[in-house]
Ligand binder design. Sequence first.
Ligand SMILES: Cc1cc2nc3c(=O)[nH]c(=O)nc-3n(C[C@H](O)[C@H](O)[C@H](O)COP(=O)(O)OP(=O)(O)OC[C@H]3O[C@@H](n4cnc5c(N)ncnc54)[C@H](O)[C@@H]3O)c2cc1C
Length: 472
Amino acid sequence: MKKVLLAFLGVAAMGALCLFCLFLPERTDIVVVGGGAAGMSAAIEATERGCSVVLLEKMSYLGGNSLRATGGMNAACTEEQKKNGIVDSLDSYYQDTMKAGHWLNNKKLVRLLVRNSAESVSWLEHMGLDLSDVGRLAGHSISRTHRPAGGAPIGTSLIPVLTGQLNKRGIDVRTENRVIGLLHNQKGTEVFGVLTETREGRQYKIKASAVIIASGGFGSEPALYVKMDPDLKGFKTTNQPGATGDYLSIVEGLHPALVDMSYIQTHPTVEPNNGVLITEAVRGNGAVLVNRNGYRFTDELAFRDVLSREILKQPEKSAYLIFDDQIRKGLSATDTYFAMNLITKADTLSELAEMLGIHPVVLSQSVQRYNQLVMIGEDRDFGRNDLPSEIIHAPFYGIRIVPAVHYCMGGLKINEKAEVISESGGPIKGLFAAGEATGGIHAANRLGGNSLADAIAFGRIAAREAASLACR
Ligand SMILES: Cc1cc2nc3c(=O)[nH]c(=O)nc-3n(C[C@H](O)[C@H](O)[C@H](O)COP(=O)(O)OP(=O)(O)OC[C@H]3O[C@@H](n4cnc5c(N)ncnc54)[C@H](O)[C@@H]3O)c2cc1C
């Protein structure tokens, strides 16, 4: 009888213990918040370093804004550039990035971005991403924007490759799990986990030795971007709906330093009705911009802030992107725009002008003048530094564009270890951040193609540093 009683008590105790386990927070080495390029790269890198990782993504799919990336990813001194006979230098890439950012960028972080860029490209290529096409986006002094062959959009190739790597490594990825807060000490100097909410509204905690915030920017949160820059009232956005700046509420109670919050980039060429971004690569490959009267009015490869301002000065605060069949064929990223019926097509420039409501004679003259400048190899009108080809191959194409909210340069302040810095100046122990949720790298204006370069490089740096803390 005594034995039976003891056995019963034993089973009951184990049951109680298991029940207790159910209410204990889970434990992992590292939690990654956000499943875009930065978060996915961080999760892969941390797993490579022997850490257990949980990646939490609030949307029902992975990719964030990274999935939408089209033009490509910057890197200097890569094998791909060498194969294409392009002679680049780290210094030239550094200068272009600093110049774009009005020299307000965090120099140390920019140096890291530049130094890590070629390695980021080979890391991705090694995982199976095709980055063999090297083009030139606005503001660059040389071709260094890497993308899949034929100028295909990068995001829809990159995210499946990274997803494949997450799966291959058996990383614990949870979509529809929104991080709503951090577990931290009372002083807010140390982080040891996250509080998460599922789609059904169940909240649970995960304890971790390090948390990497990679939750992107706030380009889909008008209340926030208009507060930061009132001039953006009424602007459309190119961003995915989940880009709502959650990191601001996640870090509540910790007092992290924020930098450059009022610097919000507009992309100059966005289709006004659907908010579809027309990649800079179209201009990079030779398209011109004209206003409603048919006149060219600017250097099409100027920095995004300059170009957006110039477009907003034109009649109806918009402009028209004009290109030909050769440009279309060299850039398969344009296929989507055609599939969506966004582009007007005509056999002659005057016909195209009629269809778009532009002055036909002036448009033909403007393109003729541009073609002459291409022939002499110098844009004497607006100083465009790259004139790839004449616009002469029918059919011709055009689309009306406006600037729209695109990228948040500001965010959490980080140091070279991607540690989040507190208002009082020191790093917050156990808290790292990468990608568009951070600020300082791009400053007043981001150079096209630098965001993915940033997300991959700093996602991996954050993972390395988090791993050295969490999985020693
Ligand atoms: C249309 C478009 C085209 C672009 N083209 C280019 C390009 O060609 N080259 C380039 O370099 N850059 C480009 N960019 C910019 C670039 O894609 C992004 O800025 C960059 O990919 C940001 O990466 P990220 O990982 O930091 O953020 P994201 O990719 O946005 O990922 C953040 C993720 O975090 C998730 N998240 C947010 N809050 C939470 C939360 N509370 N809990 C859990 N998950 C959360 C989001 O849902 C999202 O999936 C483009 C952007 C857009 C919108």
